[in-house]
Design a protein. Structure first.
Length: 317
């Protein structure tokens, strides 16, 4: 997607050449750059006198969500979440420069959230840069809820797999469980710092966004981020509880197996005592007498049956 400069005129939003950015600063402008490595970012830096450190962060990406204040502008980093295929979550970094009457967004490739905001901007629903910034952040945060709904379904499905499924399939469900736990950890790592970004906007730290009545918009954004963070924490607790339940179930199954094996070994021990007694080759025992053989066999059978009956009464078999 090429770099575009959208300018809000009195009657409509028009698309201009990026080189005209500094000449159009008397009205709201939005410069969207989809290639951080291209020359357009350097052009925006020269047009708006962007700080080299902020430009470097936007170009190299992999930054922590933050908001930095510079002499003539502010630099914001947030993350959008996308799900290109089921159970695959992709985190897309978005860098935003906020200057007087100008918003510059820098990202790699196309972002679905920005396409939604662009339509609203072209329809004339975002009259100022403050509303434009809020729309960008709010659309990104709203997309988190769709991702979390999918994660909630995965938690319930994997919970059922771990607790109710065949024990032979436990290894597969545990792998899925830990994959989900890693996804939740990665999501929380990028969402939790965004609360500080929203808090700065609520306090009115950005001079260019101190417009009457705009604080409530960013307060709503802050509340949404808090809700998302709390839901992620809830899912992480649920996943941890499922892991604990699985380990407890595995331990209980192992105890049952050990109890059964111990009971069987005890039955065989009784039989071993009898056969061991007759294996001593004493002269006074009539080994050739059939009655002795059948008495020993009957005693062994009764002993085994009595032992099994006792263990079943105790619930060990």
């Amino acid at each position: 997607m090429p770099t575009r400069l959208l300018v809000k005129d009195e009657t409509a939003v028009t698309e201009r050449e990026p080189e005209q950015l500094s000449e159009l600063r008397d009205r709201p402008c939005w410069l969207d750059i989809s290639d951080p490595e291209g020359k357009d970012l350097e052009l925006a830096a020269n047009e708006l006198t962007l700080h080299p450190l902020a430009v470097e962060d936007a170009r190299h990406q992999h930054q922590r969500p933050k908001i930095d204040e510079y002499e003539s502008h502010y630099f914001i980093v947030v993350y959008a979440l996308e799900e290109p295929s089921p159970d695959v979550i992709r985190m897309r970094e978005l860098s935003v420069f906020v200057a007087q009457n100008a918003i510059v967004t820098v990202h790699s490739g196309s972002l679905a959230a920005l396409q939604v905001v662009e339509k609203r901007f072209r329809d004339g629903k975002l009259a100022t840069t403050g509303l434009l910034l809020h729309a960008i952040l709010d659309t990104i945060v709203d997309s988190y809820f769709e991702i979390l709904d999918g994660l909630g379904d995965r938690v319930e499905l994997i919970e059922a797999m771990v607790i109710d499924a065949d024990p032979r399939d436990a290894s597969t469900s545990i792998r899925e469980l830990f994959k989900l736990k890693r996804d939740l950890l990665a999501i929380r790592r990028v969402i939790a710092p965004e609360r500080d970004v929203a808090a700065s906007l609520v306090r009115g730290d950005i001079r260019e966004l101190r417009e009457p009545g705009r604080r409530a918009y960013f307060q709503d954004l802050y509340d949404h981020i808090v809700r998302v963070t709390e839901e992620v924490d809830t899912f992480r607790d649920l996943v941890s509880n499922v892991v604990d339940a699985h380990l407890a179930a595995q331990s209980n199954r192992l105890n049952e197996v050990m109890k059964t094996l111990t009971s069987v070994a005890t039955v065989l021990l009784v039989l071993g005592v009898v056969t061991g007694f007759f294996g001593q080759n004493w002269d006074f025992i009539p080994y050739a007498d059939p009655a002795t053989f059948w008495v020993a066999m009957a005693f062994m059978a009764l002993s085994a049956l009595a032992t099994v009956y006792y263990f079943r009464r105790r619930g060990w078999l």
